[in-house]
Design a protein around this ligand. Sequence first.
Ligand SMILES: CC(C)(COP(=O)(O)OP(=O)(O)OC[C@H]1O[C@@H](n2cnc3c(N)ncnc32)[C@H](O)[C@@H]1OP(=O)(O)O)[C@@H](O)C(=O)NCCC(=O)NCCS
Length: 387
Amino acid sequence: MTTATEAKPQDSRGLAGQTIGDTDICSVNQTQLIYRGYEIADLAAHATFEEVAFLLLVGHKPSTMELAAFTDELVSLRAIPDGLKTVLRDIAGNPPHGPGAHPMSILRTAVSYLSHFEPDTEDNSPESELHKSKRLLARIPTIIGYGQMVREGRDPVEPDPNLGHAANLLWCMTGQKPSELVAKVMDVSLTLYAEHDFNASTFTCRVIASTESDLAGAVCGGISALKGPLHGGANEMAMEMLKDIDAFITSGEGDVRAFMDMAFAEKRKLMGFGHRVYKNGDHRAGILRSWGLKIAEAQGPDSKKWFDIGDEVQRIMLEDKNIHPNVDFPCGMTYFVMGIPVPQYTPIFVASRITGWCAHIMEQHEHNRIIRPLANYAGPELREWNG
Ligand SMILES: CC(C)(COP(=O)(O)OP(=O)(O)OC[C@H]1O[C@@H](n2cnc3c(N)ncnc32)[C@H](O)[C@@H]1OP(=O)(O)O)[C@@H](O)C(=O)NCCC(=O)NCCS
């Protein structure tokens, strides 16, 4: 039995606290998130997502001419082939018209499908990987939008060359041109989600790339890792929890405090709270909340109530558990008041994080050594099969 004076053994599960490599792309610490030397609050306030994407993929802040060429190239690459549209119609529809596949699984299939038609899928040179990264960045909003329209039994729309990346994503998903404010908030959220050093999905991409496998294969792994509720899936779960709390209050069962006490008694994990690195709060959360609140306030009390409930949940989590929200918590309510269907919250994360993933895949290939750690064997002692 462990006595009070004995130190608790360090929990090394999940590679907690371990530094496993170098990167030039991003730095995450208790107080800052930095993309290639620029702090996230600075980028969220002053850069567009296209500029951030260029910064991450190419490695420096774009000049005016570089940005114009990059933006034009992305617009020119947005269309998806008819063969993929057929696949999306097969898998994205809900029963009885389709299997109702998970939007993240649909995205994984789409990235894999597209790779079969790239002439340079197996080419891991920096030029080819940059080109493939841009193609994915440009096409992912089209795939997300097409899948969502099929889910809803609506006619998909084609990407709009007159819209920027964020506004076009909203257009493809909803078939409606977003207001300037809504497009701006989407743009900021894409910037906030773009990169986060060796998080689970990026690490997955790097492990796959380290075997000298191809970029599309690594991205498929990244999508699978991001899908889980402990990682990217948390933004959807956070909104579902707020909806549960609203129903709890409306049905007269109790207030936010009563719901939270119930959740604590059941030892539930609250989605959108906690972080492996940030123990004093995730500064992306405050930035996104303030932008989401602008939309909610402009819309009125029916929208504002989600932020009121969210603020109370946040207050109680901090007071009782000393656990802060991460970016996925305000993301849930922000995307909700923007009218985005909940199942697309995590795919939107992909539309952004594709930039960070591809930057890491290129960096891994540039300085590659296979990632192959050791395991601490804790199984049975040596024994004989015929013993
Ligand atoms: C993000 C997360 C996976 C980090 O996991 P981790 O680094 O292994 O967690 P920690 O070691 O910091 O957890 C410390 C304690 O806080 C608790 N905790 C952490 N996050 C919690 C949450 N969201 N709700 C309730 N309790 C939580 C843990 O259960 C643990 O309690 P214990 O010591 O009694 O076992 C975890 O906080 C979590 O599951 N959060 C919810 C999912 C989420 O929002 N994911 C998005 C991350 S950006």
